[in-house]
Design a protein around this ligand. Structure first.
Ligand SMILES: Cc1cc2nc3c(=O)[nH]c(=O)nc-3n(C[C@H](O)[C@H](O)[C@H](O)COP(=O)(O)O)c2cc1C
Length: 387
């Protein structure tokens, strides 16, 4: 871990440690991966303003979101299967998030269940929900999240069907995992990962146990059930239904246009996540950083705006805040860190991002993340219209 100095190092190290199918599942995007690539490369289109001779010896990186103070302006995005990258990965990550005082989001398709997380740590986390065809099951998940005292529900709205990821198909990897001969061979070549995973009994979908306990509830039955749960009939009335069911803060994740941002506000949410699912859904759609400013202007501070997609450095976090985000989430970097060394890998990731932010802020003459705005960029109009 000593040789790790940036997120790309964590990525490379995680590639060495993981079975190929698992690495490809986390690292890849849909179809030609154009959106996946541009989510990151578009950050490179924005330039900072260097400011000198400013006393910035006292710095603040803390930021509040939905009425709660966090130590850093970023948190962890929901990612399925995190507990396959490291034993009890979601529990390990929640503890890390609690110690660093940043938000943690548990995916519907996590390995550890929401109850296990709540029992492991009193730190309140966010639960991410998909609206499934089985509305009764969807409603039960909302009730379970309420009972687990989740502090926010993150409703993902950009998955009425699944974008195709070529590598996953070629690797024979589906959700849930389906092991082909090549996968088994590749997995045997990663004894470190195999040994680690043998230490836990959590290897299936913790939140979907009810499905597994049904009469033909084996893994094949679960795979069929998951595949049958995409619902391309969902619309904003379903979001309003969830709004009525869920008593706490509601975050709508997967908004990429000002029009949908306005609809999300009308549905009664507290925040939106400008997201294209990390380039895993509609390939060919614009990057999140290039879409952000138009959306932030349309939202006009009526709700808070969170950005995810392509963030690979503290500099990217600063650029997101400058273009109008109130907060950021990281997806893949979290999984890279987890896969590299569990808690140590996550500490490394958060340290890297924090140090990169601090150093850049010093060189930009900035004392406080709350002062970051478009003035900090040399060319904000690259992805914004004239004020
Ligand atoms: C392996 C993987 C699994 C994901 N699983 C989910 C999920 O279960 N629910 C969800 O809302 N988003 C999911 N996402 C999308 C992330 O929440 C987030 O939008 C995306 O990863 C952000 O882009 P980044 O990875 O470039 O940071 C997943 C992303 C990845 C990479």
């Amino acid at each position: 871990m000593d040789i790790v100095t940036n997120v790309e190092d964590l990525r490379k190290l995680s590639r060495k440690k993981l079975p190929k199918s698992l690495f490809d599942y986390m690292d890849g995007g849909s179809y030609n991966e154009k959106t996946l690539t541009e989510n990151s490369s578009d950050f490179g289109e924005l330039y900072f303003k260097q400011r000198v001779m400013v006393n910035v010896s006292q710095k603040n990186l803390g930021r509040s979101l939905m009425g709660r103070d966090y130590a850093l302006p970023f948190g962890i995005a929901p990612t399925g299967l995190a507990g396959l990258y490291y034993p009890d990965g979601e529990i390990v990550a929640l503890k890390a998030a609690a110690d660093w005082n940043i938000p943690y989001t548990l995916s519907t398709v996590s390995i550890c269940s929401m109850e296990q997380l709540a029992e492991s740590n009193p730190y309140p986390y966010w639960f991410q929900l998909y609206i499934m065809k089985d509305r009764g099951f969807t409603e039960m998940l909302v009730q379970r999240a309420q009972a687990a005292k989740c502090s926010a529900l993150v409703l993902t709205v950009d998955l009425p069907t699944s974008g195709q990821r070529h590598k996953d198909l070629k690797n024979g990897l589906s959700v849930p995992l389906r092991m082909t001969a090549a996968n088994v061979l590749n997995t045997l070549g990663k004894p470190g990962w195999l040994f680690q995973m043998s230490r836990t009994r959590n290897r299936s979908f913790g939140n979907l146990k009810e499905i597994l306990s049904q009469p033909n509830g084996n893994m094949t039955g679960l795979a069929e059930w998951c595949a049958s749960q995409y619902d391309d009939s969902i619309d904003w009335r379903d979001v309003e239904w969830i709004r009525r069911l869920w008593k706490g803060k509601l975050i709508i994740k997967g908004v990429l246009t000002p029009e949908d941002a306005r609809k999300a506000i009308d549905s009664g949410c507290d925040a939106i996540v400008v997201s294209n699912h990390g380039g895993r859904q509609l390939d060919g759609v614009r990057s999140t950083i290039s879409s952000l400013n138009r959306i932030a202007r349309a939202v006009d501070k009526q709700v808070e705006v969170i950005l995810d997609g392509g963030i690979r450095s503290g500099q990217d976090v600063i650029k997101s805040l400058a273009m109008g985000a109130d907060f950021c989430l990281v997806g893949r970097p979290y999984l890279y860190g987890l896969a590299c060394g569990g808690r140590a890998g996550l500490d490394k990731l958060f340290t890297i991002l924090k140090n990169e932010m601090e150093t850049s802020m010093t060189l930009m003459g900035l004392k406080d993340v709350n002062d970051i705005d478009m003035q900090c960029l040399d060319n904000p109009l690259r992805f914004a219209e004239n004020p």
